[in-house]
Design a protein around this ligand. Structure first.
Ligand SMILES: [Mg+2]
Length: 359
């Protein structure tokens, strides 16, 4: 059988406006700097990878770095796990975090997508699983009492089983007011999570988390610095509400360190920062070995399939930020994401929009 190889790589960058600006305790996000990676295989199949660079300052440099990796890929057999290992070896001295890690992750996503599409399979089928109904939750911004309640109510009526709000207001009393206004809006049947986005120091976090313990929250996310594993462990042990973290882990080593230090009760890796599909599979095995429930961060379409092969799959974070450039964004109906008839990772580009916002 002829082996599938990488024929060419196409990289584009775009600044895509969010459907609605998203406020956190520390910033307002109004656009997504995105890198689109298309890998064409020797049989003509095209696989897609998507990178979110958070800041526009990193957009073009990230796209350029991916492009510069072209000589390492062209002509290589499309064996994503092997290539992930080979490429990690190439960048061992520079390190595989930050922009390097993101670039490798995007290439890995595109390779897996290509492999699945070349065999007319969805990614979940290629990985040996079937689509599972993963509970979806939607995002509420740093929008105060009435704004947060309004968004939460809309999400619940759209069929989301959970809502997650940004908090970290000037006092914990205000945090509680926002939580209670959302509870009133969605009722007891909808889960509420909150996210401090690393905005507290450990003393304030300890005080606030004890205050929040009676609010029936499903989790409190990143109360302190994401790399402060020791204090996260102190908080996780001291409070009744589960602590969630993981979106800022760079690679499997960060996750392993965090789990070994019992820094959180729940984990939510980001498929890009953890290192792509290949690394997600390792993360899923790690979470399973530690018996820790695992959710995702962003990338709802790809993550829905990956959570379907994650033994301790918990919640699916839904996010519509990139819908303007995705032809077939994930749809949530009757409480669950609709996952039917996907090809590969399930994402097709809206070429017109990519062109419109390209830089
Ligand atoms: Mg978060």
């Amino acid at each position: 059988m002829q082996k599938l190889t990488v024929q060419s790589i196409n990289v584009r960058a775009a600044k895509v406006p969010l459907p609605e600006p998203h406020r956190t305790a520390s910033a307002v996000i109004s656009e997504s700097p995105l890198v689109f990676i298309d890998i064409t295989a020797s049989d003509g199949t095209v696989g897609h990878g998507l990178l979110f660079t958070y800041t526009p300052a990193a957009l073009v440099p990230t796209a350029t770095l991916v492009e510069n990796m072209r000589p390492l890929l062209e002509g290589q057999v499309i064996a994503p796990k092997q290539l992930a290992s080979d490429l990690a070896g190439r960048f061992k001295l520079l390190g595989t975090q930050g922009v390097v890690g993101m670039s490798l992750a995007g290439i890995d996503m595109a390779l897996w997508d290509c492999l699945a599409r070349s065999q007319n399979l969805s990614l979940v089928t290629l990985l040996g699983g079937t689509n599972k109904a993963i509970k979806p939750y939607g995002a509420v911004g740093f929008d105060g009492e009435s704004g947060s309640a309004k968004t939460a109510e809309k999400l619940a009526s759209d069929g989301f089983l959970g809502v997650k709000a940004k908090i970290g207001y000037s006092t914990v009393e205000q945090d509680v007011k926002v939580i209670r206004s959302m509870r009133k809006a969605v009722g007891d049947g909808v889960a509420i999570m909150v996210d401090y986005n690393q905005s507290l120091d450990v003393v304030e976090a300890m005080r606030r988390l004890q205050y929040l313990d009676d609010e029936g929250l499903t989790w409190v996310e990143e109360p302190v610095s994401a790399r402060d594993y020791k204090n996260q462990a102190v908080l996780s042990a001291a409070t009744g509400t589960p602590i969630q973290c993981g979106e800022n882990w760079w690679g499997i080593d960060d996750m392993q360190l965090s789990l070994s230090m019992e820094s959180s009760n729940l984990v939510m890796p980001d498929v890009m920062k953890i290192g792509g599909v290949s690394a997600w599979l390792e993360a899923a095995a790690l979470a399973s070995a530690y018996r820790v429930p695992m959710s995702n961060h962003l990338w709802p379409e790809l993550s829905a399939q990956l959570l379907s092969v994650t033994p301790t799959a918990d919640w699916l974070e839904y996010c519509d930020w990139w819908n303007p450039v995705i032809k077939n964004p994930l749809i949530v109906k009757n409480g669950y994401a609709e996952l039917d008839d996907q090809s590969g990772s399930g994402v097709e580009w809206n070429e017109k929009m990519i062109e419109k916002y390209s830089v």
